[in-house]
Design a protein around this ligand. Structure first.
Ligand code: F6R
Length: 607
């Protein structure tokens, strides 16, 4: 986690850093800091808490200068505090870091034995001291950087500059994201694009194992062995406004409302609209001919998308599908071979556990396809093929549009493979592809229920627990609904398979336990009605999620969330919308920090 930012140019660097860090706060927000080179020395400001606390600490007289670095932190080593906030400094250097230095204890001991005093508990602080040590032995800053990174183990995206060369900022990357923003007479280093979009649209993405330097006029890149790398900037086409709230109270609500657009973008160019067949130019389908098994790997919400995809793939491709949590898969001895298709799902494309799972799967020769939102992210770059979800930047920590676009991409991929392998009839593929094209308007209809959901949310604001139940692919949506509620409202919630209640959890049911029941169609419709009866008989307050006009569910439920009528295929996507809205309104009415819930960060780039 953590966001890093660096700037060299004619503008007042304090303003550039503070405004840029606000756009990176989604990466972590337990402490922030900036270092500005001014009057021959670094002016360092660091504060526990969000950027507002830092701004208050700086006061009305912001340090004036033309080069500097900033950081917004999600703590890994050392509690959130002023001392542990970045930037960290030595006598002549300041540095910001995103990642974890795994061998920091050894380096620290060695430096301490040479008389170096540390002022924080962080792993990061070893880096400026190690570099300083090299400088004192006669190395240039550049030499010191190359020498130091050769000693570091772990993940790092760093930006560092020195008193001797204050208008040259260096960056180095291994396993944590970093980009360069290329302006006119000014240049930037950042963890992500929104932080620099006010200033430039020209971006260079650094790869693992690369070092870069920016000054006002130029940039250069080398590998860790100093071999020069030529890379031209790419033009970013996102609108700046896409990274802002556009009048919504929270990013999460804005992102829920963006779903019709996001889904349309995800479908765009991927359906042959004359024949109604999926057309995925980015996936080498012929290479999947001999595939006999699929493994879907992801974490959190992305894992829930994988669970839904398992139902689709087994039904339509008719081969065995397994779903794995990345953090478990990476430490097991999974049995894979070159005829296994591994599908990695990740909004950020930077989730450390999912990256490690890829590394684990690699030696088997399995083909890897990723479903990512962030373009050029590490998981996307490391896959054989990548399907981008095109959801646009997702800033709210709770994933919404990323989830439904992941499902849309997975549905397209399923149909494309099924068509290629002729595992279902062409007519069936055409029918479901046509259904997908109607998805944006179905979601639009779902959003009309927002005022109703807002009222219903009042019933849940004081409860202690909520149980979500579903069957089939709706079980995955029950899990997702429960995750969404607990992560932003801090109400304990669990997702359960309706049929499993009688094997234990039914003991929890009483009048104080609301049960959100997803009544999907298909073979388990009647079974879910029976599950509702079971919990009602024990006093539970049932909120039924069903299709419009379903009187059976209406009769049995105290609260109702009606979604437009749809097929079993699309239902999991459609019924996730009212659950997103419900979580949002419950959290909002409880006064929670919806976009930045406690203890969480948007991309989990540490283990
Ligand atoms: C929950 C949420 C997380 C992420 C998980 C994986 O709302 O967003 O559970 O889904 O951290 O992140 P990605 O998809 O970036 O790999």
């Amino acid at each position: 986690m953590c966001g890093i930012l660096g700037y060299v140019g004619p503008q007042n660097v304090s303003e550039v850093l503070i405004e840029g860090l606000r756009k990176l706060e989604y990466r972590g927000y337990d402490s922030t800091g900036i270092a500005v080179f001014s009057k021959g020395d670094f002016q360092l400001y660091r504060s526990k808490g969000k950027i507002a606390a830092l701004v208050e600490k700086i006061g009305s007289e912001k340090p004036q200068g033309h080069s500097g670095i900033g950081h917004t932190r999600w703590a890994t080593h050392g509690k959130p505090s002023d001392e542990n906030a970045h930037p960290h400094r030595s006598e002549n250097l300041v540095l910001v870091h995103n990642g974890i230095i795994e061998n920091h204890v050894e380096i620290r001991q060695e430096l301490e034995s040479r008389g170096v005093c540390f002022s924080s508990e962080t792993d990061t602080e070893v880096i400026p001291h190690l570099m300083e040590h090299c400088v004192k032995e006669g190395m240039s800053i550049e030499d010191a950087l190359y020498s130091c990174i050769a000693k570091l183990k772990g993940a790092f995206a760093i930006a560092v500059f020195s008193k001797q060369q204050p208008e040259k900022i260096y960056a180095a990357k291994n396993a944590s994201p970093i980009i360069l923003g290329i302006g006119q007479g000014e240049n930037f280093i950042s963890s992500d694009i929104p932080a620099i979009l006010d200033h430039t649209r020209k971006v260079v993405v650094l790869e693992d194992g690369e070092v870069a330097m920016i000054d006002r006029e130029k940039y250069w890149i080398t590998d860790f062995d100093r071999n020069p790398i030529e890379r031209d900037p790419k033009e970013i086409t996102w609108s700046r406004i896409a990274a802002e709230k556009e009048g919504y109270k929270h990013f999460m609500l804005k992102e829920i409302y963006e779903q019709p657009r996001a889904l349309a973008d995800c479908l765009r160019g991927r359906v042959d609209e004359k024949q109604y067949l999926p057309a995925l130019p980015e996936v080498s389908l012929p290479k999947l001919e001999s595939m006999h098994r699929v493994i879907l790997i992801a974490c959190g919400t992305s894992w829930h998308a994988a669970l839904v995809a398992k139902y689709w793939m087994e039904s339509f491709i008719k081969i065995p599908v397994e779903v794995e949590v990345s953090s478990e898969f990476r430490y097991r001895d999974p049995v894979l071979d070159s005829n296994t298709l591994v599908i990695l799902i990740s909004q950020s494309g930077e989730t450390a556990d999912t990256l490690a799972a890829m590394t684990k799967a690699k030696p088997s020769g399995a083909r890897m396809i990723s479903i990512c939102n962030v373009i050029d992210s590490s998981i996307a770059r490391k896959s054989d093929d990548v399907m981008y979800t095109h959801a646009g930047p997702e800033i709210g920590v709770a994933s919404t549009k990323a989830f439904t676009t992941q499902l849309t991409a997975l549905a397209l991929l399923t149909l494309a493979i099924a068509y290629q392998r002729k595992s279902i009839s062409n007519a069936e593929v055409r029918d479901m592809t046509q259904q997908l094209l109607h998805l944006p308007s179905l979601i639009e209809e779902c959003l009309d229920m927002n005022p109703h959901v807002e009222k219903l949310a009042k019933e849940l604001i004081d409860v202690r627990d909520v149980l979500y139940i579903g069957r089939g692919s709706s079980y995955a949506i029950a899990l997702e609904g429960a995750l969404k509620l607990k992560e932003i409202s801090y109400i304990h919630a669990e997702g359960y398979m309706g049929g499993e209640l009688k094997h234990g959890p039914i003991a929890l049911i009483d009048k104080d336990l609301p049960v959100v029941a997803l009544v999907s169609g298909g073979p388990t419709y009647e079974k879910m009605l029976s599950n509702i009866e079971e919990v009602k008989a024990r006093g539970a307050f049932v909120i039924g999620v069903c299709e419009q006009g379903d009187q059976k569910v209406q009769k049995q439920s105290r609260g109702i969330l009606e979604v437009p009528q749809t097929s079993d295929f699309l239902r999991p996507i459609v019924e996730s919308i009212p659950l997103q809205l419900l979580s949002y309104h419950v959290a909002e009415q409880r006064g929670c920090d919806v976009d930045q819930p406690r203890n969480l960060a948007k991309s989990v780039t540490v283990e």
